[in-house]
Write a protein that binds this ligand. Structure first.
Ligand code: MRU
Length: 345
């Protein structure tokens, strides 16, 4: 059965609680925008495209909450709510992109009554969600073209149906290659410290019946050096104009090793992950998360609490290390700036 990480029905946003997988598959209901903001911040929902769509539904819930107010007040409250939702996590640009799209609808319809704006917002959020699924399926088809028959693929973090509205980005390409009979094998990094690879990617791979092996992150360089990996596929949280790509911490290390041993390294991401406003990765804000994610494992303390911890959630892979960026509009290669600009709508 298809995984539904996000579902909006009867004015309720239902999210699979990704903090609890794979041991428990529980759905959390968000009825207010503040609950949505918390769900994004606390990573009940995570993955760049998924938090973009969740943010858009958060705006719908805010509009529902305030639509009984006089118009000016409605617009003021809604603007404050949008700001709060967009700030829930700082690195994945899909969140800001989705909220900006919703704000575009508000601004273009300021002459309507609150209820009219609310209805249009609900339609826009649905469109964002539907378009994400379509983009993932298109990326999967493009990406499958560069997957050799019998390839062994290394992936990092979780980029599957859970990280998107459906199907997945890098994991979507893997699913497509498997579905089309390419007899692929997958190595999935566990992805310390939050273990998205072990908890989420492994769960999705097992469900799909894709031959896979879970590895500690530090095993990946040895596999690459020993010629055991044909292709690295990762997702992205923000791509700068020059192709520099922020993705889950550990991606940069993989890209360096892949380059050293001439293993193709592809980023798979929709155009909504490109930040056309920034020139390079140096301008990407990298989220730093709670020290407890490092001092504790599964709730158990493993380090002295007095120790200083540095816990960036993402790193930036320089464009020189990237063979290509697989988008729904095709595969982008160097020169990245020139080719990325062609994708701008
Ligand atoms: O901190 P997370 O789990 O939200 O990070 C997710 C990633 O880094 C993914 O690789 C990225 O968002 C792409 S998901 C299709």
């Amino acid at each position: 059965m298809e995984i539904k990480s996000i579902e909006f029905k009867d004015e309720v946003l239902r999210l699979i609680d990704q903090r609890k997988l794979p041991l428990v598959c529980e759905v959390v209901e968000c009825k207010t925008y503040r609950e949505v903001e918390f769900a994004i911040r606390d990573m009940i929902v995570r993955g760049a495209p998924a938090i973009g769509a969740a943010g858009a539904f958060g705006v719908v819930l805010a509009a529902k909450e305030f639509k009984h107010l006089p118009k000016e007040e409605f617009l003021t409250e809604l603007a404050a709510a949008n700001k709060c939702i967009a700030a829930a996590r700082p690195t994945a640009v899909n969140l800001m992109w989705a909220v900006a799209k919703m704000e575009g609808v508000i601004n273009a319809n300021r002459d309507l009554e609150p209820d009219g704006i609310y209805r249009l917002l609900a339609q826009e959020a649905d469109r964002i969600a539907m378009e994400d699924i379509a983009a993932n399926k298109a990326m999967a088809r493009w990406g499958n073209e560069i997957v050799p028959h019998g390839a062994t693929i290394l992936t990092h973090c979780n980029t599957g149906a859970l990280a998107t509205v459906g199907y997945g980005t890098a994991l979507g390409v893997i699913r497509e290659a498997h579905r089309t009979g390419k007899r692929i094998k997958v190595y999935a990094d566990e992805t310390r410290p939050r273990l998205q690879g072990a908890r989420l990617t492994a769960w999705e791979l097992v469900r799909e019946g894709i031959p896979s092996t879970l590895i500690p992150d530090s095993v990946a360089p040895t596999l690459i050096r020993d010629g055991k990996i044909d292709l690295v596929l990762v997702g992205a949280d923000r791509i700068a104009l020059n192709g520099d790509t922020a993705n889950k911490i550990g991606t940069y290390m993989l890209s360096e090793i892949a380059r050293r041993f001439a293993v193709p390294f592809y980023v798979v991401a929709p155009v909504s992950t490109i930040d056309f406003a920034i020139e390079s990765g140096a301008q990407i804000v990298i989220e730093e998360r709670d020290k407890k994610e490092v001092t504790h494992v599964g709730g158990e303390q493993v380090a002295p609490l007095e120790i200083e911890v540095y816990n960036p959630a993402f790193d930036v892979t320089p464009h020189e290390n990237i063979t290509g960026i697989i988008t729904e509009k095709g595969i982008i290669r160097a020169p990245f700036r020139e080719n990325i600009l062609k994708l701008k709508e």
